[in-house]
Design a protein around this ligand. Structure first.
Ligand code: FAD
Length: 313
């Protein structure tokens, strides 16, 4: 059976949940091989989780080079040459999209972006800002596929996890040097694209101070906090928490939208959430078209009530 390369998404020795989703998706296409690119000692911390989720092989590319902005590209390029995989699966995160685009150009591969389903017959992916789901197939060998975090249900299925060291090819005339990497986190809250529950606030929240209402409900639920672009542009919440077409794409089990109208550009980043609850004082707000549960009311009344009920459970 052909190998399917899965680029491992990790931060400081912790595997991101999206990697397990990629390993699950890979099984529809062949035998999953995880590719770990990171500093020395990274693979040792990740190997158990990777094999428990189906990695038959783990390619280990550990390096201390600061000449590479995206060493993942050269490592995957070289593995495509040696392993001739059926496909390469990468998380559709901001970093993952960059790696995928560069890799597809360098290897002349088809690129299937923002995929929400993978099968032997092809992929389904989200297009036109999430307004449509399209079925697609690549005409090239080893297509590069980016998978939207949260869109695949993780299955545990042990793999052999045999480790194999691979070289990180030297950067070709590096024009830039990496001086440091600072992961963006939400403090003690879960990372936005990884969270099972996301509570987002929009312009309806009205001020940066009042975002404490959004944070309060999020903390009661153990959720990440998100924001609409209008909330970000108004300075209510930092830009790294923006959800939508020009922000992050999330697909949690539960998404709660507080004071968000539901513009197409916001929906593009959250409408594949499994359950959507919207709180809006306008009963004609478009967010209600995609909400599983809608509450017409003032968020400053409803959110604290929800918080109280959650805390009491
Ligand atoms: P509004 O549309 O102003 O809605 C506020 C809502 O709050 C209203 O429905 C109102 O009824 C409700 N409300 C007010 N007070 C209360 C209250 N007390 N209680 C309950 N409800 C209340 N937007 C994104 O979000 N993410 C993106 O990534 C993004 N990318 C974009 C890219 C482009 C190229 C463009 C053109 C736009 C993009 N936008 C994006 C902007 C998008 O079009 C909308 O302007 C934005 O999503 C609106 O944010 P909002 O719903 O918070 O604000």
């Amino acid at each position: 059976m052909a190998e399917v390369l899965v680029l491992v998404d990790h931060v400081e020795g912790e595997i991101k949940k999206t990697t397990y989703e990629l390993l699950t998706a890979a099984r529809a296409l062949g035998e999953p091989s995880a590719v770990v690119v990171g500093a020395a000692g990274t693979a040792g911390k990740l190997a158990d989780g990777l094999s428990a989720h189906g990695a038959e092989k783990i390619y280990v590319a550990e390096h201390d080079s600061t000449d590479h902005l995206t060493p993942e590209v050269t490592v995957l390029e070289s593995l495509i040459g040696s392993a001739s995989p059926a496909a390469v699966l990468i998380s559709a995160s901001a970093d993952g999209k960059e790696v995928a685009g560069r890799l597809a150009v360098r290897t002349n591969s088809g690129l299937l972006g923002d995929v929400v389903g993978v099968s032997a017959d092809g992929v389904s992916h989200s297009v036109f800002g999430g307004a449509y789901t399209a079925e697609a197939k690549s005409n090239t060998e080893h297509p590069v596929i980016t998978v939207r975090p949260g869109s695949i249900d993780i299955e545990e299925n042990a793999g052999a996890g045999a480790q194999e060291s691979v070289e990180v090819p030297a950067a070709n005339s590096p024009q830039a040097t990496v001086t440091s990497r600072e992961p963006i986190t939400g403090g003690d809250r879960p990372e936005l694209t990884e969270a099972t529950v996301v509570v987002s606030g929009g312009r309806g929240v009205g001020s940066a101070d009042d975002f404490s209402v959004v944070e309060g409900l999020a903390d009661a639920l153990g959720a990440a906090v998100g924001a609409s672009r209008a909330a970000v542009d108004s300075g209510y919440y930092p830009p790294q928490f923006q959800v939508g077409q020009t922000g992050k794409t999330v697909s949690p089990q539960l998404y709660i939208a507080l004071g968000i109208s539901g513009a197409i550009q916001h929906r593009a980043g959250m409408q594949t959430s499994k359950t959507i609850i919207a709180v809006n004082k306008d009963d004609e707000a478009p967010i209600f078209e995609i909400a599983d549960y809608g509450i017409v009311g003032d968020l400053f009344t409803v959110a604290p009530q929800l918080q109280e009920h959650v805390a009491a459970r």
